[in-house]
Design a protein around this ligand. Structure first.
Ligand code: ATP
Ligand code: MG
Length: 418
């Protein structure tokens, strides 16, 4: 990629409408733009980060044997009437009519659609368990969309669903998803914790949330020394505040703020019962299918990662989700043929090694270019001018660190293509 032909949308001024640092930096670094309340477009840099996160999630879902699918986002009201949620889901459900005055909604979650999908094709218990997931846009008409893509009305979610003949099989798969989630958040290089949670609008007997720890998080978590915790919401349903204070003191619990990035549920037979999804087992006994569902807020993770990883210059991406691995900043390449030839050579050699590199060949001052890339947060920065071209070296700097060093081309390739 060459920056002269790549649409970068960095801004110098601080956006006035952004309350938290991730929202501010996403606008400044040109990751997203608001279309209307709670709805955002992803610009090229933001979309690259989104795809990186999606791919890590996809790899770990595939690794446990969950199969990727895609379902329509406009859902017929009949399915929601069957589950009873057309009445109970409330105003977050955006309802619409087609030209025949039939009722639909924009999918906020897909339990009804996937239960219907599976009941049409399930004809033997031998097909179970079934595990499927999708990564797609969800729509929730949030009462107060805020903090940019953190609490949006339209956002990207990974939602997986599992179908089992019995509770034991659901329990086993619930653990498989839990392990996959731990791998995902570890690979995303985020500080996170898992807590017992309330099942809310989705329902079921048990649920766990995954939270990225950040002071700007909207959830209150109580965590013990082993990193195991509960969402404060759960404690509140059982105890009053004086009690809760006593429990925190006596168990030495720590209070932390969290951003909810994942939520997994044991649904049991909540949907299979109401939507009549059952099958005869080996003894010809008719059983309601046991279900689980497993969500990850894919787009919210971008904001959560920035809340945890930034400094006064901008974003400092964890290496695994950075939009590019390295930027080559050219000094006056448009005026100096030898610099241009040298940066092209570097760019080609890194690209040939499969390194995700962008060459900043714009006709702009070094300071401006450097500011842009520190703001965007590319982890490795290389500066090349006349003297580097003459000595066939590069000036190298890690994002987040001040010191610069001189490297040979070979060392640069070694560092960035490991
Ligand atoms: P919250 O408590 O934040 O409203 P939720 O419990 O309603 O979220 P779930 O139904 O568990 O959300 O959805 C799965 C995941 O989708 C959440 O863990 C979260 O990461 C993400 N998510 C939910 N609502 C939004 C939203 N409005 N904007 C961005 N991501 C969201
Ligand atoms: Mg939730």
């Amino acid at each position: 990629m060459k920056a002269s032909k790549y649409p970068l949308f960095t801004q110098k001024n601080n956006p006035s409408d952004a309350e938290i640092i991730s929202h501010k930096l996403m606008l400044k670094a040109g990751l997203t733009r608001q279309q209307s309340s709670g709805q955002y477009s992803f610009l090229p840099i933001g979309y690259r980060v989104l795809k990186k996160i999606e791919n890590i999630i996809r790899e770990e879902m595939n690794a446990i044997g969950s199969a990727e699918i895609l379902m329509p986002s406009v859902q017929p009201s009949e399915l929601w009437e069957e589950s009873g949620r057309w009445e109970t889901y409330g105003l977050e459900l955006l309802r619409l009519k087609d030209r025949h005055q039939r009722d639909y909604c924009l999918g906020p979650t897909f339990e009804e659609v996937i239960t219907d999908l599976v009941r049409k094709d399930l004809n033997s218990y031998k097909q179970l368990p079934i595990n499927m997931y999708q990564i797609s846009s969800k729509f929730r008409d949030e009462i107060r969309p805020r903090f940019g893509i953190m609490r949006a009305r339209e956002f990207i979610m990974k939602d997986a669903y599992s179908f089992h003949l019995n509770q034991e099989c659901l329990d086993e798969w619930y653990e498989n998803y839990k392990k996959a989630y731990n791998k995902i958040f570890t690979r995303l290089q985020l500080e996170y914790t898992m807590v017992d949670a309330d099942s809310g609008n989705i329902g079921g007997s048990k649920s766990n949330e995954f939270h990225v720890i950040a002071d700007t998080g909207e959830d209150d978590l109580l965590i013990d020394q082993d990193g195991i915790g509960v969402n404060y919401e759960i404690a509140q349903t059982k105890y009053n505040s004086d009690d809760i204070k006593k429990i925190i003191r006596e168990n030495n619990l720590v209070h932390k703020k969290g951003i909810e990035v994942g939520h997994i549920f044991k649904l049991g037979d909540k949907y299979s019962k109401s939507m009549k999804l059952s099958i005869a087992n080996a003894e010809s006994k008719i059983c309601n299918i046991e279900m689980g569902c497993y969500g990850i807020g894919v787009s919210r993770i971008i904001a959560a990662a920035i809340e945890q990883n930034h400094d006064d210059k901008g974003i400092v991406w964890p290496a695994t989700i950075a939009p590019f691995k390295i930027v080559i900043i050219e000094i006056d390449g448009h005026k100096n043929e030898s610099v241009r030839l040298y940066t092209s050579e570097l760019y080609e050699r890194l690209s040939a090694k499969g390194v995700e590199v962008i060459l900043d060949d714009r006709d702009s001052k070094l300071g401006n270019k450097l500011n842009d890339w520190e703001l965007i947060g590319v982890p490795n920065i290389v500066i090349v001018g006349k003297s580097e071209a003459e000595t066939k070296s590069v000036t190298f700097k890690k994002r987040g660190q001040d010191d610069k060093s001189s490297l040979s081309i070979e060392d640069l390739i070694k560092i960035t293509s490991d």
